[in-house]
Design a protein around this ligand. Structure first.
Ligand code: NAP
Length: 292
């Protein structure tokens, strides 16, 4: 069994991006600038945004964090999105999800200029992804594909089962791994909560990807020998041994599944760092797509 170490792979990507920033400086070009909007004080969102800002600092990107209280009205948020769309110093920005219930996430996502949508959630970018046109790929699926590519895992002709069909992970990933590309050319099954015979379907997978947010859902008997297993799930569970009182748990029962696999991602340290690396790649791309 080989660990798919997202932490070290993402470190390598950060190094490459830092070199690209140094080169841009030498060439007198603009340094990429990422902005992030964070609404409220959700612990998970705070951690994710802090990690994104830290990654920018490490690489040498500029970053701006804009914070609002939970009660911020939708019109204020929309106005901020509009002003970031027009701000020439900002190359890309994200609105950290989830948003409070009174705010329509789709409305906010659709208000972002697709050329600055480095999370890749805008319908224009999702459409470009389907047609394989230049645009921004959603960060988590792109990070998973990059992890597969950099670890030279063969995907062509493989049966890939993805559990979970969200718009930000499962659905775009099913398209990316099914298309005629390398990595790609998989025969993909996209499973969800209404799927029948899920255990049998999983047992047939050469590549099994779990993105449901249910700790320990995937057990050893669901996994074929020598399968590649990628665990996207990150659920906070109580852990009194940690000072902060919690730790992250994946969707895969790691201890019993790992010995059967050819490759497996840990949680934490697998897909999470690759998501941030993809966001950084998209931020640099935001400048390149505009020829800056
Ligand atoms: P989501 O919107 O929470 O949706 C969950 C998906 O799982 C749905 O498609 C649901 O099916 C399916 N599902 C739930 N229970 C199931 C079951 N028992 N059997 C089969 N399918 C089931 O998904 P998400 O936003 O992609 O998040 C999933 C997990 O990934 C969460 O733990 C999240 O924190 C994590 N995540 C991690 C990263 C990272 O960077 N590491 C990034 C994004 C998300 P239905 O559609 O039928 O309801």
């Amino acid at each position: 069994m080989q660990l798919l170490d997202g932490r070290s792979t993402s470190e390598q990507i950060r190094k490459e991006l830092a070199e690209a920033v140094q080169q841009r400086k030498k060439d007198g070009k603009k340094i990429p600038h990422l902005a992030a909007i964070l609404v409220g004080n959700d612990g998970g969102s705070l951690t994710y945004v802090a990690a994104k800002v830290k990654a920018c600092e490490q690489i040498g990107f500029e970053s701006t964090l804009i914070r609002y209280d939970d009660s911020v009205p939708e019109e204020i948020l929309l106005a901020k999105v509009q002003s970031l769309n027009e701000d020439k110093s900002i190359d890309g920005f994200i609105v950290q999800l989830p948003l409070p219930k009174h705010i329509d996430e789709l409305k906010i996502t659709q208000a972002i200029d697709p050329m600055k949508d480095v999370d890749g959630f805008h319908p224009v970018n999702l459409g470009k992804m389907i047609l394989n046109l230049p645009g921004f790929l959603p960060a988590t699926p792109a990070g998973i594909v990059e992890l597969i590519r950099r670890n030279q895992i063969k995907t062509e002709g493989k049966k890939c089962v993805i559990i979970g069909r969200s718009n930000i992970v499962g659905t775009p990933l099913s398209i990316m791994l099914g298309r005629n590309a390398d990595p790609g050319n998989c025969t993909v099954t996209l499973a969800h909560s209404k799927t029948k015979n899920l255990h049998e379907i999983c047992q047939s997978a050469d590549i099994l990807i779990a993105a449901i947010g249910q700790p320990d859902f995937v057990t050893a008997e669901m996994v074929k020998d020598r399968a590649v297993v990628i665990d996207v799930g990150t659920t906070r569970i109580e852990d009194a041994t940690r000072a902060r009182g919690w730790r992250l748990k994946g969707d895969v029962k790691f201890d019993e599944v790992a010995p059967k696999c050819s490759f497996i991602t840990p949680v934490p340290g697998g897909v999470g760092p690759m998501t941030i690396a993809s966001l950084m790649i998209n931020t640099l791309k935001a400048m390149e797509l505009k020829g800056k």
